[in-house]
Design a protein around this ligand. Sequence first.
Ligand code: HEM
Length: 434
Amino acid sequence: MLYPSRKILPDHVPPELVVDYDTFSVDAPDGDFAAAMVRLRDSGVPALFWTQRNGGHWVATGSSQVRQILEDAANFSSRAMRVPKSANPVPPIIPLMLDPPEHHKYRRLIGPAMTPKKVQQLEDRARILSVDLIETIAPLGRCEFICDFAQQMPIAIFMGMLDLPAGDRDHIMAVVDRIIRPDVPETRMRGFEELADYTMAKVRERRASPGEDLVSQLALAQIDGELLDDAALQGLMSVLLLAGLDTVAGMLGFIVRFLATSPAHRRQLREEPALISSAIEEFLRRMAMVNLTREVERDVVLDGVLLKRGDLVVVSTPLGNFPQDGQDWLAVDFHRPRIAHTTFGAGPHFCLGAMLARAEIRIFLEEWLSRIPDFEIPESAELKVQVGAAAMIPQLPLIWSPIEKDAPTVFAGTISNSSAGLPTMRHPSSSAER
Ligand code: HEM
């Protein structure tokens, strides 16, 4: 465990609401985080319970509490984004860690980076990178999916959004690694500082020589007639990397773990590519993996439980997606009617990158399945789930029978060349004009 437990139970916490639960350690030997959270909820724990671990905090497990807390920014502040309070980055990551009305002033500054046109440009870039990566690893017959593929796409997207030079990639990867996989809490804080130093150096460069990119726009943006200060600039740029990195990598990992163990679902997607849009929604619902935190703004009673100002509440987004109504919500069903899920949050902080995230999942499904149609997890692999702000499978080894580059592959009843991909899909990276 990274952080110490609290020694004395706060006076307002009834002992019957205490559960010994470590939010950073989940019992998911099969690598299925959402199912583990559902098991916790169904194990008879209260819908709102307290744990002394990680500094002491509440945990919301009921689907109605999850949504209610996220939508109620007046009572549940975003000033703390993780437990314990000491683990929160300084300066804050903006707009994630701001509350309305301040929050909106900053959120609108990054909205223009997420328009459909901008997302399309980034998507094209991510598709080229993905095809390159997949075509490099396909002949090898094995890979470690998270490092070799899943983390590469969000980093490429971040670099594209901020127009960063390719030569900076290794530095960014190293910093990201310190933030996502810290050995001790200090490593994580050092990672945040390094990221802040890096982004500020870019701001200085673009101020001296502005371009059309987002860094230049942010460097010149004003709020209430003032240029943004360094802390706000650092926070805004960090969010574009951090909010889209372990989320997308984590989501892709859980999707791949599932597909590797379900030949029937792989076949369905290959034989019926039109199902991909609904498959994306079903994967988003089923594989949710973000744990959010809120700080109680003022004493409030929720479902009969008194939460005191300053208490922290961990809200696990998967638990908004598995209603307790007798239906089998753990089953993955591409024909399931679309439901409102909390995978991207709810309320004022609803994910700004949702369109981009969907595009990244689509690219993966289209480009990977057309080149590596069948794959599995080696029997010797032991899957672990690592839980931070987002849960992920940190190492996901895959094996498959390498397909020779020009060998024909059967898709949707037709024979196509494996490097040309699914016949009914758009493949800019493999088209002759590029
Ligand atoms: C599957 C992938 C993703 C998931 C599951 C996800 C999930 C979330 C969630 C749950 C929130 C709400 C945070 C809160 O309420 O405190 C959020 C916010 C946010 N996300 Fe995502 N996200 C994903 C991908 C992305 C991507 C690709 C980007 C952009 C690069 C992005 C940018 C943001 C930003 C900027 C916010 C902050 C919005 C605000 O505070 O107003 N996300 N995301």
